[in-house]
Design a protein around this ligand. Structure first.
Ligand code: PMP
Length: 328
């Protein structure tokens, strides 16, 4: 059993920096009962040679978070650039010098019975040392879940809405109990949507293909990073079109993308080998480029990185530098 994070870890909660052990919500909290929260997931990569911690695309993550909070009428009172600075402060206060996962969460905080929300909102940011999410070095065996991806007109999949993750939990649990490593969702149309916590790309005859954002998928930031890297480094435009289930069984390469999973190769789907049953060459190239970009090794992608220790605590973090980079 995972012992969980250090209770002395400093987190941002209730407008202040407090130990994790003191960051508590009441049992009647609206979001706990009804799933009325929106979260984010951001990674930071440690570069041991440079002794630097790079937060990957924090501005895009915080902008997505604030926009998606609007779907639930949740107000995050700080602009994205200040949220970037707050995250740097959190990492520094904890002296974190390892890969991190940053979890912002905004939620309906009224403590009462009744599903209709009011305007009482709260938010927290937690930054934890974090390693691999899925052990994908040898490639994953993915299984198509019998659960369908939530529809935009039910709970929008494009936002990281807490309640929608019941859908991901059901699918992930189902396929893991059947011996797979990760789930693939179909949407109600029967087209391939995404993984339980990642987007999906397929390669067919040298063409890189991913479902469009209108097929009930999360508008992934890693998805946009991989598309930009493929275009810029390999001259490959990604085709965004609906994918049939049976294409998963005949494609040449397949991989998941996401903040937590990175770029995770899939070598089997529903007991069928993908391509030759080994990690594809394009997948390997893209994965290496993505990791190099995330670790600050590729100058063209430094625009995505916010260094935590650059100023050695002497001046405020330069979050504004990242303004205007867009999600690509
Ligand atoms: N789809 C789902 C359902 C997810 O939870 C995630 C993880 N945030 C992704 C896709 C990938 O999104 P991103 O690349 O922005 O992390």
């Amino acid at each position: 059993m995972n012992p969980g994070p250090d209770p002395n870890l400093i987190v941002y909660f209730g407008g202040q920096f407090v130990p994790l052990a003191e960051a508590r919500v009441g049992i009647l909290t609206h979001a706990l009962h009804y799933g009325t929260g929106v979260f984010e997931g951001i990674r930071a990569y440690w570069d041991a040679a440079a002794e630097e911690l790079y937060i990957l695309r924090p501005l895009e993550h915080f902008e997505r978070w604030r926009r998606n909070c609007g779907i639930l009428h949740i107000d995050v009172p700080l602009p994205a650039a200040e949220l970037c600075a707050l995250t740097v402060e959190l990492a520094r206060r904890n002296g974190l010098r390892a890969g991190l996962y940053v979890r912002p969460l905004a939620y309906k905080c009224a403590e009462r019975i009744g599903v209709s929300p009011d305007d009482r909102d709260a938010f927290a940011v937690v930054a934890l040392p974090y390693g691999e999410y899925l052990h994908s070095d040898q490639g994953l065996h993915a299984g198509v879940s019998s659960w369908r991806r939530v529809e935009d007109n039910a709970i929008p999949a494009r936002a990281k809405i807490c309640g929608a993750y019941v859908n991901s939990a059901l699918a992930g649990d189902e396929v893991r109990r059947s011996g797979f490593d990760e789930a693939i969702f179909l949407n109600e149309d029967g087209h391939v949507a995404e993984g339980a916590s990642s987007n999906l790309f397929m390669v067919r005859d040298g063409t890189l293909i991913t479902p469009p954002v209108t097929d009930n998928v999360l508008e992934g930031i890693t998805r946009s990073s991989v598309m930009e890297i493929a275009r810029r480094e390999l001259g490959l435009e990604t085709v965004q079109r609906s994918i049939d289930r049976s294409e998963l069984y005949i494609c040449d390469e397949l991989f998941f993308t996401g903040t937590a999973v990175g770029l995770a190769p899939v070598v089997r789907v529903d007991h069928r080998p993908v391509g030759g049953g080994v990690i594809g060459t394009l997948t390997l190239r893209l994965r290496q480029l993505y990791l190099d970009a995330a670790h600050g090794l590729l100058p063209a992608y430094r625009k995505w990185l916010l260094p935590v220790y650059k100023a050695h605590g002497e001046s405020p973090p330069d979050a504004g530098r990242l303004a205007g980079t867009g999600t690509g």
